[in-house]
Design a protein. Structure first.
Length: 251
């Protein structure tokens, strides 16, 4: 496990959770570059699922449902089987696929599904549910840029799995930081992602400081890449607290 020392202490502030000042001037939604936008989250929203969650943020809406653990018939397996399905509602695209290309959007969706499959499979304590299957279904109700919904989708899955009573190593959380005009923006909006020159997304177990995966698109100087990684990790800590408070309140 890679243990990281966070560079800054995270505190609260009006309009979001401030991390560290990285650029001047307000963003399109009124935040400064160092402010996070708190997503709207609900758990237990689908009565027919064992667990479910709805997560919404600027330009993105995700529904996640969990079914299981269900007993499997056949050969004994000491670990649960985890299956992730990923679907985009026909009305979900704010920016039409023609602008990014049908192939590019499909490739991004496949990559997102594969990332979710890998992270969730290693987050679930599969040995607790032998000879069982756990199905995690995603429905993307709104998005602007294909792939940018990954952090919210993972948050929805963490909430839905916990709502279903499925034991996890820890809540897996992801957060992104983008680079625009040599300035870093924490938890960027879809339009900021679209006009950025680089995006860094980190997935981790925040309480442990353990990185599960990291993606980096575009080009950034080494010093800014390091700052972006640390900012993403700190954003994960904030989002983990948001998730914990939602689960505690049952909202």
């Amino acid at each position: 496990d890679l243990k990281l020392q966070f560079l800054y202490f995270i505190g609260g502030g009006k309009g979001g959770n401030k991390i560290t000042k990285m650029s001047k001037g307000p963003r399109e939604d009124g935040r400064s570059a160092d402010e996070m936008h708190k997503p709207h989250c609900q758990v237990g929203v689908l009565g027919n699922a064992h667990g479910s969650a709805y997560v919404e943020d600027i330009g993105c809406k995700v529904m996640c449902s969990v079914f299981g653990p269900k007993q499997l018939v056949g050969d004994f397996d000491e670990n649960a089987s985890v299956k992730v399905s990923y679907n985009i509602a026909s009305f979900a695209e704010v920016v039409r696929k023609e602008r990014v290309g049908e192939k590019a959007a499909t490739t991004a969706d496949r990559a997102t599904q594969a990332s979710l499959q890998e992270v969730l499979s290693c987050s679930i304590l599969k040995e607790k549910y032998p000879k069982s299957s756990i199905e995690i279904n995603f429905l993307i109700l709104e998005r602007t840029v294909a792939g940018s919904e990954y952090p919210l989708a993972l948050l929805a899955a963490a909430l839905a799995l916990t709502n279903a009573g499925i034991e996890l190593e820890e809540l897996p959380i992801a957060a992104s930081v983008c680079l625009i005009d040599n300035a870093l923006y924490v938890t960027p909006t879809p339009s900021e992602v679209a006009r950025s020159t680089a995006v860094v997304t980190v997935t981790c177990f925040p309480q442990r400081g353990t990185i599960l995966s990291m993606s980096h698109s575009g080009s950034t100087p080494v010093d800014l890449t390091e700052k972006a990684i640390n900012l993403s990790l700190q954003a994960c800590v904030v989002l983990r607290k948001v998730a914990s408070d939602i689960l505690k309140d049952g909202q």
